[in-house]
Design a protein around this ligand. Sequence first.
Ligand code: PLP
Length: 413
Amino acid sequence: MTDATTDLRSRAAALDAADPLARHASAFVREGDVVSYLDGNSLGRPLASLPQRFADFVGGEWGTRLIRGWDEQWMARPYALGDRIGALVGAAAGQSFVGDSTTVLLYKLVRAAVDAQLAADPARTEIVIEDDSFPTDRFIVEGIAAERGCSIRWLRVDRAAGATLEQVEEAVSERTALVLLCHVAYRSGFVADVPGITAAAHRAGALVLWDLCHSAGVIPTELDAWGVDLAVGCSYKYLNGGPGSPAFAYVRTEHQASLAQPIQGWMGAADVFAMGERFEPAQGLRRFVSGTPPVLATVALEAMVELLEEVGIEAVHAKSVALTGFAEQAIEALVLPLGARLVSPEAGPHRGSHLTIAHPAFREVTARLWERGVIPDFRAPDGIRIGLSPLSTTFAEVLVGIEAIAEELRAAA
Ligand SMILES: *Cc1c(COP(=O)(O)O)cnc(C)c1O
C-alpha cells in the first residue's frame, strides 16, 4: 500500500468516527455484493424499515380500510406529503404536491407557463434552457415549442459547470416567456445561482421553472424566499422514494389561479365527484393534478421525508460538503495522476453532492467496477459520476470506491 492510501484510509476512519450522522448509514439496506455505492444521486438506497412499512400499509390502510381509504387519507396525501417536501425546499404549505413523473410535471408546468405568457403578450415566444440540460427537460421544451409555435434560446453552458447569471441576463428579454434551468446540473454537479437568476428573469418579465431533481433532499433551497415561480423535482434520487416513485411540483400561490395545465382530468376538476359535463378547474393547487394519485408509490418516500425532517437539510448538506471534500482529496491523490480530469466545480457554493471525473477509458472501467460491487455511474462520452448521498454513505465506502476506480483505470491503461 502506498503512503497516500494509508493516509487516506486513516483519514476516512477518523471522519466516520467524528461524523454526527454516521449512525444513519445502518438505517438503509446494505446487504448484497455492493461494497461502495456511489450512485445515490440516481437511485437512493432503500430504508431498512420499508418491509414493515409496506406490510403495515397493505395490512392496514389498504387491506382493512379498502375504498374508504380515499376519503380518510389518500385524497389528501399528495398535498400533505407535498407540503412536507415543500418544507424541505423552503416552500410554505399549499404550493407543492406529489404525483406523476418529473417528465409529465415538467410538461404540465412548462405548458401552463408558456400558455399564460402567450395569452398576456403574443410576442413572448422564447423559452430559455441550457443546451446541456438533462435530456427530458430539453425534449419537453422541444415538443412544447413545436406545439405552441415558440422558439428555444439555448444557453451554451460549460459542461464542467452550468448556467451562469451572466448568461441568463444576456439571454432574457421582452420576448422571453419562460426560463427552465436545473438547480444542480446532472453532469457536473454545478449549483446554479437560483435567487440571482430568478430575479434577472423577472426583471425581463419572464417566469422561471427550476428543476430540483439533483438538489431536493441535499442542497438547502428557499423557493419562497428566492421568488421562484415554479419547480419540479424527483423523489427517487436524494429522497430515496424507490424506482419510479412520483415527482413533486411547486406552484407559487400567486400563480395558481392564473395558470392552466394541459392534462385536464377528473382529479383536477372543481368538484371531483360531481361527474360534471364540462371541465371546471379546481381553485388552487389541485388544478395541477390530473388523475388518481400514486399512493402506494409514496410509502418509501414518506419514510425518507420523515428521516430528513428529523436530521434537517443543513446537517445533511454539511455531510455532503465533507463527503465531496474527502472524495476530491482521494481523487487528487489516486485518480488524477493516472490522467483523469475532475470536471466539477471546486468546493464552495457551486458544488453539489456529486463529482464527475473524466477519462477516455471510463466506459470500460465502469463495467469492471459494477462487476466488483463498486457502483458509480457512467455518463457518455467519458464521465464517471460519484454521487454522495449523505445519510447512506460512509467516508470509508467512498474511499473503497475511489481506490477501485484507480485500480481499474491502471489495469485498463
Ligand atoms: C432524474 C432527472 C429527471 C428524471 O425524469 P423522470 O421523469 O423521473 O424520468 C428529469 N430531470 C432531471 C434534471 C433529472 O436529473
